[in-house]
Design a protein around this ligand. Structure first.
Ligand code: FAD
Length: 391
């Protein structure tokens, strides 16, 4: 394989080459179509920077990477606030302005068939409607934003150090290692997106891949590439495990044709024969939490993950915060799907995990981002290595 890693991926049943082939030929295209559907492209979130950890240090005032919310003509009719409530000018980039406020009665009308339930792994709660807005993810791709320096550094440091995830001792539990690998894999994926979609020339507004950056931040460190693949397969396993639930869900936003189209794509993903035969168990979750202190460890790691989720409110760049929140919610949803079995919740004990609409949107968009990153690593690695070698 072009990124030089070979062999079986840890805790998985398939090798790097198989994952690259599956991703290139099947998953990537399917996911790209899926995230373009109206159901999956609107993410409900609170963009307000509301950091509980370091108040008053001004980091939330960075405005160089604002999110454009859904412009009027992009938004499904059914979401819309009745005429007269909105001024007609400037319907884009309205974060924090009164126009951005969402009518709280809209959700129930727009999204039928979804229940409201809590996620013990995350801090964000879709049921809390204060200052929630809808963002069109297609208009706000995750890419280079210029967010860097102490604010960004501090978030990553806090995640790794405060939660003692780095430099784990040899006898660290497999569960702790999994948490580390998930965060590191997500971090790799974010770095790949920065390198893949970089501002090459500010004056000309020219965007494109930056192979040197890709090499320095990711390819040079084989463990970061490994963790990216691990995270991709972990989330993929969660999606297929929730397959029955996902293939019975309601994906209509405006009309039933949309629901049919989206559902067909979801079914192609969760009941995929190529995937089943090439990589039937992308990640084996059954081995987890089996030790003596399994329960205790789980609640510890759960609260660590919740803290990481809360940290996303401290990300000082709006677009990074949007994708940080979405992807951490997506990971939290994968954790919920894979590790809910022995929970105290009687509904979940029945083997049927209940998911919120927003959790499913985050899960699929996260899987798509990881799939894009795996693909970029695969396709850009030879060029990146050459650029670095030629100096
Ligand atoms: P950083 O990426 O900040 O890494 C910090 C340290 O962590 C490194 O020095 C290294 O020791 C370690 N490290 C790096 N990668 C890994 C890994 N994969 N596994 C384990 N350890 C690792 N910037 C954008 O331009 N666009 C975005 O969309 C964006 N989203 C972000 C989302 C979040 C949640 C955060 C916290 C930051 C985001 N940033 C984004 C900023 C970006 O991630 C970097 O922090 C920034 O570009 C500076 O990079 P850096 O080279 O200093 O290293």
């Amino acid at each position: 394989s072009s990124h030089k890693l070979s062999g079986i991926i840890e805790d998985c049943c398939c090798d790097y080459k198989t994952v690259d082939t599956l991703n290139n030929q099947v998953l990537h295209l399917l996911l790209q179509d899926l995230v373009r559907t109206p159901f999956f492209r609107y993410f409900k979130t609170r963009l307000w920077c509301d950091c509980p950890f370091w108040p008053d240090d001004g980091m939330c005032r960075l405005r160089d990477c604002s999110v454009c919310e859904c412009p009027d003509n992009e938004f499904p009719k059914i979401f819309k606030v009745p005429a007269g409530h909105l001024p007609t000018d400037d319907l884009t980039c309205q974060e924090g302005k009164p126009q951005a406020i969402v009518d709280r009665t809209l959700d129930k009308k727009a999204f039928r068939g979804w229940m409201e339930t809590d996620n013990p792994w995350t801090y964000d709660d879709e049921r809390d409607n204060s200052e929630m807005t809808y963002v069109n993810l297609l208009l706000n791709p995750e890419r280079y934003t210029g967010y860097t320096g102490p604010s960004a550094q501090r978030i990553w440091d806090t995640i790794y150090q405060k939660h003692s995830l780095k430099d784990l001792p040899g006898d660290a539990s497999p569960e702790r290692r999994v948490l580390y690998k998930l965060i590191s894999g997500l971090h790799s994926s974010i770095s790949v997106h920065i390198a893949r979609d970089y501002l090459l020339d500010e004056g000309k507004n020219l965007w494109g891949p930056n192979p040197t950056l890709l090499y320095e931040r990711v390819l040079k460190h084989p463990d970061r590439v490994r963790n990216l693949y691990f995270t991709f397969l972990f989330v993929l396993r969660a999606v297929t495990k929730a397959g029955d639930y996902l293939s019975q869900a309601e994906y209509s936003t405006d009309n039933s044709l949309e629901h049919q189209n989206t559902l067909a794509l979801v079914n192609q993903l969760v009941n995929n024969n190529r995937l089943r035969s090439a990589c039937p168990v992308p990640y084996d979750e059954a081995k987890m939490w089996k030790g003596e202190n399994g329960r205790e460890l789980k609640s510890q790691i759960q609260s660590q993950f919740r803290n990481i989720s809360a940290l996303m409110d401290c990300v000082g760049c709006e677009k990074c915060r949007l994708w940080g929140k979405l992807q951490i919610l997506g990971l939290g949803t994968a954790l919920k799907i894979l590790f809910s079995e022995d929970s105290n919740d009687p509904v979940e004990q029945l083997g049927q995990v209940q998911l919120q609409r927003n959790e499913v949107i985050a899960l699929i968009n996260l899987l798509n981002r990881l799939s894009e990153s795996v693909q970029a690593v695969h396709s850009l690695a030879p060029e990146a290595e050459k650029v670095v070698k030629d100096g």
